[in-house]
Design a binder for this molecule. Sequence first.
Ligand code: ZN
Length: 254
Amino acid sequence: MADRATATLRFYEELNDFLPAEARKRDVPIVIDRSRSVKDAIESVGVPHTEVDLIVVDGRSVDFAHLLRGGERVAVYPMFEALDITPVLRLRPRPLRDPRFVADVHLGKLARHLRMAGFDTQWANDWDDDEIVRRSAADRRTILTRDKGMLRRADVERGYFVRATESEAQLGEVLRALQLEALVAPFTRCRECNVDLEDVEKAEVIDRLPEKVRGFYERFKRCPGCDRVYWEGTHFARMQGVLSRLAGATPSGG
Ligand SMILES: [Zn+2]
């Protein structure tokens, strides 16, 4: 004779992206069979724990292990939500000061864009979920994925679910959501190898430059991994375009 009761969950801001349409931005009743961890209750409706930064049960912030017994009101807030919640218990590390990423196999273009923006982003087209999770844990890398299932794994601590489907929009989304705009450093990292570029004299690479580049650019860098030569050309201009569009956009949420 289980004593069945319900707790009422309410999800805020972009956490609603994970809910079925009929459950968005309203109270969601969750059946509690004797007791259930608040983490389990949250994930039972499809919201990955990696997206959650703050849980408030009946006005008090709690951690994932908190047990629900029925009758509670639970407010669930997303990571990176710009609320002033300093006095309460945050479940996630502070926004990353030295952000590092590992992107899942479907996000190769985003990985290259992030490298072009200067961010250390590991990616390969043949890594399975276990390999990606292992790299995330080993190096405190934030997993970037469009696979919600991966972010629900208990062994994933840092992850971000990418909403956009087009790679430049994904770059803009990640920079804005993780508050990375000020850390962008284009022209510093190889988009293929993910290693730091080295300065190189124009004279050393001039034989390898296309005709029009020889006359137009003076600063060059070289990748010590693959020997590619970089200059502040079209990719750089595109990156600047993405960044200025971000700067002009109104922040999402609210
Ligand atoms: Zn390279």
